[in-house]
Design a protein around this ligand. Structure first.
Ligand code: 1PW
Length: 212
């Protein structure tokens, strides 16, 4: 169990802080947003631990870049992409001397953010008899699954089956009653979607969407 309690409000706040005035994405807050989501996954029980472990290790890789000697180049996703590309720090076609570049690591989180966005949108518009496992796997099949090999898809599918029900999800979000959670989701989702789209366009313009 996580020591810290999750609050949906904090996710909203970190993603809000991640957007600069000229629509660049601050890596520090993007990662902080993910950190919150890890706390969320951990509150859902141990079935999610293999998923959150991978996310945690990716957060760590990016944090190491941020606190390293070239950290200033990692201030925004935009500056990271420019810096890594200009300095040949990205394996573009197959994994070689830069297997864990900031660009490829963040791309994994970026793809997962799309899943999260689709899932939270389903949760927001769900009804009492909607099943979290179905919402989660529909969102997954529409997004992240295309990037995962069979074995991972199987394991992820199994984790979904063990998910708690809709009421527990709403409770874990820790943002008041159902109506309040739905309202907060309605406020958070456009922000998450905007951060996602900015990153998607940046990666697309630089041909980085298929980094190995
Ligand atoms: C209920 C809210 C949950 C939202 C969190 C979504 C996180 C999804 C992460 C799935 C991870 C499954 C296990 C790890 C798979 C890795 O192989 C994969 N990582 C991701 C984040 O997709 C790809 O990373 P890799 O192997 O290319 O380093």
């Amino acid at each position: 169990m996580a020591a810290e309690t999750f609050r949906l409000q904090k996710v909203l706040e970190t993603f809000r802080s991640s957007l600069s005035e000229n629509k660049e994405v601050y890596v520090k807050y993007y990662i902080a947003g993910w950190q919150e989501l890890v706390t969320f996954m951990n509150s859902l029980g141990s079935v999610f631990s293999f998923i959150s472990k991978d996310v945690v290790s990716k957060i760590q890789i990016i944090e190491n870049f941020l606190s390293g000697e070239n950290g200033s180049h990692y201030a925004t996703i935009q500056s990271m992409v420019t810096y890594e590309l200009e300095n040949d720090l990205v394996d573009l076609t197959k994994r070689g001397s830069h297997p864990e570049s900031g660009c490829r690591t963040l791309l994994r989180l970026h793809r997962a953010l799309h899943w999260l966005e689709l899932f939270l949108e389903r949760l927001r518009t769900s009804t009492e008899d909607s099943k979290t496992s179905v919402m989660c796997s529909d969102a997954y099949n529409e997004s992240l699954a295309q990037h995962h090999p069979w074995l991972i898809r199987k394991a992820v599918g199994m984790a979904f089956c063990a998910l708690p029900g809709r009421d527990t999800f709403f409770e874990v979000m820790n943002a008041g009653d159902h109506t309040q959670v739905v309202a907060l989701l309605g406020e958070s989702l456009p922000l998450i979607a905007e951060v996602y789209q900015i990153t998607e366009d940046l990666y697309a313009n630089n041909n980085l969407l298929e980094l190995p």
